[in-house]
Design a protein around this ligand. Structure first.
Ligand SMILES: *Cc1c(COP(=O)(O)O)cnc(C)c1O
Length: 367
């Protein structure tokens, strides 16, 4: 029996989005449209191997993943592009797989340095500084940070190729904190320049790419917009969703008025109703927060989620959909349902919608 959802991944849309992002960056004089493409979390649920191969073919400066295990899969599948290792500071995979690790402390820089000397190799690293995200990276004022970065740069076997930071809060109506973070980052870059250090600098992820041209610097380090979603409402950059997720109706029931649907009877039919069952639930990444809130498209029309989302099943109210029948396609994401809208309804962000729905889907790719 049909179970779960299928994701169709449009790699041409991915390539088109990459071109748009390059031209965003290219719009700044003297910049080359350089993109560090983030493919962590299985390329946000799109399938990292196929996505990485296509991005490599289209030309990106580097790929980026969170952990060494993700990079290992890409290398085993023949991906040759540079790979920035965002969070994993285990020295072995970085050398074995030819990765560019991000260094978050002097302590881990020393470990990389020792390993480099042991292997008689030189390792390029990017140093991350925490300008307000409160997560990974070296933390302190610009003079202290400049001293730390200079010390890391002077370690044998280590070459500080890049300097990076990450915005914690940035949207069309809240740009102030990101501007402060950028100021901090730039004053550190100035301090470093006084010491003769001018590493390749990147701070902008998708929100910065769209909103803060002055923060584009040497490269854009983006994920979400590559996949055709926007971090904020009503964005009109013309990005194309890469993922389209579908399932099918497995059963339709005709109920009279007053019939409860699903656990806890949170939905009661208000009229004679057609209720469809789909074989997708929260175990498939369809958030339980979409209970009585989410919607999907059936025959080009919106069908609301009726009652609680269950573990393996979800019901839809298809009363208003002419000709609806068992076996009909149900579009969960794409073709009228954006990740942003679903995210708002579920009280989350499009990242979580993509990684959970895409991450649990069977995938096929259009090339
Ligand atoms: C995930 C991530 C990105 C990409 O963010 P998007 O909003 O998807 O563009 C960039 N940098 C770091 C450090 C990240 O963790």
């Amino acid at each position: 029996m049909l179970r779960g959802q299928e994701a169709r991944i449009d790699l041409d849309a991915l390539a088109g989005n990459l071109e748009k992002i390059k031209s965003l960056h290219g719009g700044v004089p003297g910049k080359g449209g350089d993109v560090i493409a983030v493919v962590k979390a299985d390329a946000y649920g799109h399938g990292a191997v196929r996505v990485a191969k296509r991005l490599q073919k289209e030309g990106v400066l580097s790929l980026a993943v969170a952990y060494g295990s993700e990079a290992r899969t890409l290398r085993e599948e023949g991906v040759k592009s540079p790979i920035l290792l965002l969070f994993d500071e285990e020295p072995q995979p970085a050398f074995d797989l030819g990765l560019t690790p991000v260094v978050h402390s002097k302590k881990s820089a020393r470990r990389f340095s020792r390993e480099a000397q042991k292997r008689g190799r030189e390792l390029a690293v990017h140093v991350k500084v925490d300008t307000g995200m409160g997560r990974m990276g070296l933390f302190g004022d610009d003079v202290f940070l400049a001293k730390e970065v200079a010390e890391i740069a002077s370690l044998p076997g280590i070459r500080v190729e890049g300097l990076m930071s990450h915005f914690s809060e940035l949207g069309p109506d809240n740009m102030g904190f990101a501007r402060l973070q950028l100021e901090k980052f730039n004053s550190l870059r100035n301090e470093l320049a006084l010491k003769g250090l001018r590493p390749f600098a990147h701070i902008s992820s998708s929100a910065g790419a769209l909103l803060l041209p002055e923060a584009h610097l040497d490269a854009l380090r983006v994920g979400l917009i590559l996949y055709g979603a926007s971090p904020f409402e009503g964005d009109k950059t013309g990005l194309k969703p890469v993922m389209n997720i579908k399932t099918r109706i497995i059963l339709i029931k005709k109920f009279g008025k007053g019939q409860p649907v699903s656990y806890d009877r949170t939905f009661i039919t208000a009229r004679e109703s057609l209720i469809a069952v789909m074989p997708v639930g929260y175990a498939d990444g369809y958030s339980r927060a979409l209970s009585n809130k989410g919607y999907a498209m059936v025959r080009g029309k919106k069908a609301r989620v009726a009652g609680r989302v269950c573990m393996d099943l979800t019901m839809l109210d298809v009363t208003a959909i002419k000709g609806v029948s068992e076996g009909d396609e149900v579009v969960l994401l794409g073709d009228g349902v954006t990740g942003g809208e679903l995210a708002d309804l579920a009280g989350t962000n499009p990242y979580e919608i993509m990684t959970s729905l895409g991450g649990h889907a069977r995938r096929s790719f259009s090339v």
